[in-house]
Write a protein that binds this ligand. Structure first.
Ligand code: 5GP
Length: 180
């Protein structure tokens, strides 16, 4: 399971794994936020309404869920994760710290990996450089990131995202999958 502060590049590392290591299955989270340009429903996220998210919670369909950055809800659909694990397929969850803590309670044997930025300044410049968030949203995300960075020691492994492919390779090695 991969967690880490906002804008550290979890999405980029996951995307790289999706391309280069198709033998690893990436969980598709449900979210109540709207798609960013280029994001595809069912591939990057399941984009759902608040009412649909409520239903998923009521049916106990989510392995974990959290309000991220104090705004939208994000959660991991339980069914597909279990199906892949039962089939012996390695599963990667890319979730926030609150979600990681919930999964730790449910599955203490899961491996918890923290993706860290090379430095705080680098994290801020990545967030500004992405340009997808306005100043208010950016501040909100940075304050989440400050809290999340402090939680690094709760994790089994820390990977520094100095280079996307190198970080992805390190993660894949931890998962125990070799490239063909
Ligand atoms: P973004 O809106 O930038 O795609 O994602 C915002 C944050 O939500 C990221 O830190 C990401 O790790 C987290 N996130 C994405 N999917 C899930 C999920 O299923 N559960 C939880 N708890 N967090 C998630």
């Amino acid at each position: 399971m991969l967690a880490g502060p906002t804008a550290v590049g979890k999405g980029t590392v996951s995307a790289d794994i999706r391309t280069r290591y198709p033998q690893i299955w990436l969980s598709v989270s449900a979210t109540t936020r709207s798609p960013r340009p280029g994001e595809i429903d069912g591939v990057h996220y399941l984009f759902v309404s608040d009412a649909e998210f409520d239903e998923m919670i009521a049916r106990d369909d989510l392995l974990e869920w959290a309000v991220v950055h104090g705004r939208h809800r994000y959660g991991t659909p339980r069914g597909p994760v279990e199906t892949h694990l039962w089939a012996g397929v390695p599963v990667l969850l890319e979730i926030d710290l609150q979600g990681a803590r919930q999964v730790r309670t449910t599955w203490p044997d899961a491996r918890f990996v923290f993706l860290a930025p090379p430095s705080w300044d680098e994290l801020v410049s990545r967030l500004v450089g992405r340009g997808t968030e306005g100043p208010e949203e950016r501040e909100r995300r940075l304050s989440t990131a400050r809290v999340e960075l402090a939680a690094e020691q709760e994790f089994d492994h820390v990977i520094v995202n100095d280079d996307v492919q190198r970080a992805a390779d390190e993660l894949v090695t931890l998962i125990g999958v070799r490239n063909r």
